[in-house]
Ligand binder design. Structure first.
Ligand code: SAM
Length: 278
């Protein structure tokens, strides 16, 4: 019988967040695959876990996944842990999970700490709909494209950031998304945990005076549909009604339907458009 891959979430700063079920699983499995074995040995020693470890890094994720899958097929049970938090969330794991599924190997997840969920719940921003952007890409073109895409994102946006990039990222967010509410969640679950609800401009001026320190999750307000509609209407308001009609008529839409669409875009009645075109 093939073994099982257990995804085990580990603390993001507070050892007391290690769940009894995860401690038990880490003791019971045959092998622990860890992002950084030197880092994880401290955690395992703390909980008297003596299971053998092997590394599973981002850079060898495909080749090593093949080796791990070979072991799982032999019946070996493996737990995957990362340096902190939930495996596969901005951490190695995603590829291994996909490959295990393709090979019909059972994967199960033992939930626990995750910086994005901890930050979202503390943010004071809408939690019903959100999108997670992880770290913004380092590649300039890709980064610009994602920021542009986020401009009209209506859901709450969550971004991971390292302290030395924080100021630059805040400026980019201000330049692209304009000023809006943001909650900076720092050192979550640790002694110096701080949660700062402010605006992007407020955060920029705060960090003119203070050096960013520790690990950050940025939780940013989405752009409401109301605001998006207002912006769209003010954009159309600068255009003549004739030009606006032309946009739709050029798409082959008949005059009656085009008047309906123009009225909707401009937030006025169809009669107003009809009268203006007389
Ligand atoms: N797998 C992890 C999880 O479940 O959240 C995320 C790992 S990712 C490589 C590391 C990033 O997560 C950090 O740069 C930071 O943005 C965020 N992070 C991790 N621990 C944190 C903490 N205690 N407080 C704030 N942010 C944290």
């Amino acid at each position: 019988m093939a073994g099982i891959l257990y995804l085990c979430a580990t603390p993001i700063g507070n050892l007391n967040d290690m769940s009894p079920r995860i401690i038990e699983t880490l003791r019971d499995v045959d092998l622990i695959a860890a992002e950084d074995t030197r880092n994880s040995i401290k955690l395992l020693n703390h909980f008297n876990i003596n299971t053998p470890m092997t590394s599973y890094h981002e850079y060898n994720k495909v080749d090593k996944a093949k080796t791990l899958i070979g072991k799982l097929k032999e019946g070996i049970n493996i737990a995957l842990i990362t340096d902190a938090g939930t495996p596969a969330i901005s951490d190695p794991g995603e590829v291994l999970v996909r490959m295990c599924m393709d090979e019909g190997i059972t994967v199960t997840s033992l939930p626990g700490p995750c910086a994005l969920i901890t930050a979202l719940t503390l943010s004071g921003l809408p939690t019903r709909r959100f999108c997670f952007e992880a770290f913004l890409p380092a590649d300039k073109k890709e980064r610009k494209r994602i920021l542009e895409e986020l401009k009209n994102e209506s859901r709450t946006i969550i971004i991971y950031e390292a302290p030395h990039h924080l100021k630059g990222t805040l400026k980019e967010l201000f330049d692209t998304l304009q000023d809006r509410r943001i909650t900076l969640c720092r050192e979550l679950t640790k002694k110096f945990e701080s949660v700062m609800p402010t605006t992007i401009a407020g955060a920029m001026s705060y960090y003119e005076e203070n050096d960013p320190r520790g690990e950050y999750v940025l939780v940013i307000e989405g752009k409401s549909f109301k605001k998006q509609d207002e912006e769209k209407q003010s954009g159309f308001a600068e255009m003549s009604i004739e030009d606006h009609m032309k946009i739709y008529e050029d798409q082959g839409i008949d005059k009656k339907e085009a008047m309906k669409l123009v009225a909707k875009d401009r937030g006025v009645s169809k009669r107003d458009i009809y009268n203006a075109l007389l």
